[in-house]
Design a protein around this ligand. Sequence first.
Ligand SMILES: [Zn+2]
Length: 261
Amino acid sequence: MIDKTAYRQAMDLSDEQLLHYNAQIMLPEIDVSGQQKLLAAHILIIGVGGLGTVAALYLAAAGTGQLTLADPDQVELTNLQRQISYNYAMQGEAKVNACQKTLNALNPEVSLATIESSLHGELLERTISQADIILDCTDNLKSRFEINKTCFKYAKPLVCGAAIRWEGQLSVFVPADKDSPCYQCFHNPDSRLNQSCSANGVLGPVVGVIGSMQAIEAIKLITGAGELLIGQTLLFDALSLQWQTMQVSPRTGCEICGQRV
Ligand SMILES: [Zn+2]
């Protein structure tokens, strides 16, 4: 049972907010101050496919103050196997609009902005510079390298997720932490390897696991709870249900993160 009077005096949360977010306010690592930070946070989700829809649902439910959703695509029947912000009737709608509708119904308190476009160049820079944390939920390597570069340019924490077939991957990069590598420290931008779920298949719940973990790391970044996944990449194999941890240090001479002072 929470002492609503004490909380209201301390942090000016409404009775409805105290009820709504009670389960996470009860966690000492979050508490009322963590909830206040969540309510003040602005998270950018690039790509609202399998990963992005799951992360967006949890971050909206948690009371993130502002979510910006970016994606150029429309909802298709083949998406519905894993992209769980969408339903059958939403086929043909812009994904960002359909996702906005679902999130607004889930939590009207969240301020939602949408960009129905791929983010590159100046638009990517402007959008990243305005957010507190960036979730890379895209499905192509070219975007991943550009997002990584721009996050380091504007010193924004980046939570990267990927999933294909029965496998998932999660990394967190924090430019302000000198122990943090970047995406380009261990991926080659000249690689021609660009696998997509539509060409290779993916199990829906695998995407759900990784998207949920992206939401977890975003909430930890905002609230300061726990320890972040810095200097490590997690690899998930659903067939054996095993996780592997890969240690990743900043690569000497990396042209993206090697410039930090
Ligand atoms: Zn690097």
